[in-house]
Design a binder for this molecule. Sequence first.
Ligand code: C2E
Ligand code: MG
Ligand code: MG
Length: 399
Amino acid sequence: MTKILVIEDEQVIRDNILKLLKAEGFDVTGAENGLQGLSSAMSNFFDVILCDVMMPKLDGYGVLAALRSNPVSATVPFVFLTGKADRSQMRQGMELGADDYLTKPFTKAELVGAVVSRLKKQQAVAEQYNSGRADNNKITQNSCNRLEWLKTNLWGALEREEFQVYYQPQVNLKTGQITGAEALLRWQHPEKGHISPAEFIPVAEETGFIVPLGEWVLQTACRQLKAWHNAGLSGLRMAVNLSPRQFHQPNLSSRVARILAEIGLPPNCLELELTESMMVQDAKSASATLKSLKDLGVFISIDDFGTGYSSLSYLTQYPFDTLKIDRCFVSNIAEGCRNAAIVKAIINMAHSLSLEVVAEGVETEAEKDFISCYECDTMQGYWFSPPVPAADFEKLLVR
Ligand code: C2E
Ligand code: MG
Ligand code: MG
């Protein structure tokens, strides 16, 4: 049966839509705010999502951006329910990758029409995909083309200002305060739509383009943090991901120092996220680079902990400040005792080494409660907020 998710905060409207669609034989689920809708969309498969734009907690743009940034939900048909025929709202929605929109109030025929036309389009795409699959060569050819396309288009994308930095809050579990943000890169191509960092970062790494791109992210994120500090939102820290190639480039620390000085940001407001594997490739130079970054005064965190390298000896050799538990251990922690045991052990170990612990990918209240009772320091995840544009992050700060 066709499954439809309706995310709408106004109960009367939501109930009405649910009733109309149910009468048409659809399997419908309602969500009363953006966060609830997002978590439902992430944990179930839906054929179509109908979503209001203006909602408390997380608005429709935030929901769409989060869905499009996740490979699993990147292509789910998404229809905005807009309050009025507001062109800027619609444009913003379509730019983020919405497939259609319905202006409230709409008739039953318009509602069902929008759903059915989405389903037909999706079916056409699936048929095209299946016929493509029958021809293996064609697929290989397509993925080669896609790779080539990425390689050649990445460079121009920076110039055409197609990249954006989104910010995901990091929240202190004891105080509930936002203590920092992780800067996450987004690429919105005018024709191809949203392209996931999981797809293009490896290509940028391979071609070396990650070096100017990563520097742009660092600059953009530091400027943003400076603007927030200037606006009185002090005490925030900004976490920026570094790729292996960036990490191994000569005089990394002097480049970082120059950017901080130009922007006028104290080094202790910046945290650089590295991964375990960077410490093992060329350990000697890694150690020297880390030392010079620490001397500068920036914080260093170890990202995706537990998924890379299995030796723990590097933890005692290098001057890390923070350990980020990978989200694969955090997800479903409340159900599986194995993940719970691992998370508990990682937190204890990190605290004994005087490291701060961040749990990544906290999606539900139950997960939050779990890590909080294990005395994890900080959480990051959809439960609080997905990565959002700077303006939306400010709203979260004010809230
Ligand atoms: P990461 O550094 O581990 O970033 C966390 C990823 O988890 C982000 O994916 C974020 O959107 C996602 N995430 C956060 N909370 C949740 C949650 O509750 N549930 C789920 N399912 N996912 C959650 P994103 O933005 O797609 O980035 C993927 C990876 O791409 C990042 O993983 C990072 O390795 C890389 N990346 C992103 N931006 C940059 C950048 O500026 N430079 C470099 N070098 N790498 C980047
Ligand atoms: Mg990270
Ligand atoms: Mg991570």
